[in-house]
Design a protein around this ligand. Structure first.
Ligand code: FES
Length: 157
């Protein structure tokens, strides 16, 4: 296995493990660390996380595939995740998704040719009161309109 956490991440992981009652509870945060470190959760990254926690890769794979916040394939520099759940849909999310797709020339699930943007649709981001909502990497953008999305994309170019 050639993947491994950096020294900083390994130390952070050790500190993190001390805060959880058991290794089972540490699967999600360890996957977050792995995604941040490796960019996405390849089969090798899943196997590495499994080895760190003493689980089978299948056990960790089952967790990673259940949640949409884990990327199983590489994503662009900016990962645009547009919520398509009920509140956001009622506030025009489907229209916004089409707008973003048209601006970038990609469909949901695709990455622009320059590797800069990946467009994804996701379930509720937990900010229904400010729908429609889009997450870009770690940042939330709320109460979106086409104009606001255009300004966000222009700012990222
Ligand atoms: S439905 Fe979009 S944030 Fe909840």
């Amino acid at each position: 296995m050639s993947l491994a956490f950096s020294e900083d991440t390994r130390a952070r992981h050790e500190r993190m493990l001390a805060r959880y009652p058991n290794r089972e509870a540490a699967i999600l945060p360890t996957l977050h660390l792995a995604q941040r470190e490796f960019g996405h959760l390849s089969a090798e990254a899943i196997a590495y996380v499994a080895s760190l926690l003493g689980f089978t890769p299948a056990r960790v794979e089952g967790v990673a595939t259940f949640y949409t916040m884990y990327n199983r394939k590489p994503v662009g520099k900016y990962h645009l995740q547009v919520c398509r759940n009920l509140s956001c849909s009622l506030m025009g999310a489907e229209h916004l998704i089409e707008h973003v797709a048209g601006r970038l020339g990609v469909r949901p699930g695709e990455t622009t040719a320059d590797g800069k943007f990946t467009l994804s649709t996701v379930e509720c981001l937990g900010s229904c009161g400010t729908a429609p909502v889009m997450q870009v990497n770690d940042d939330y953008y709320e109460d979106l309109s086409e104009d606001k999305v255009d300004a966000i994309l222009d700012g990222l170019r």
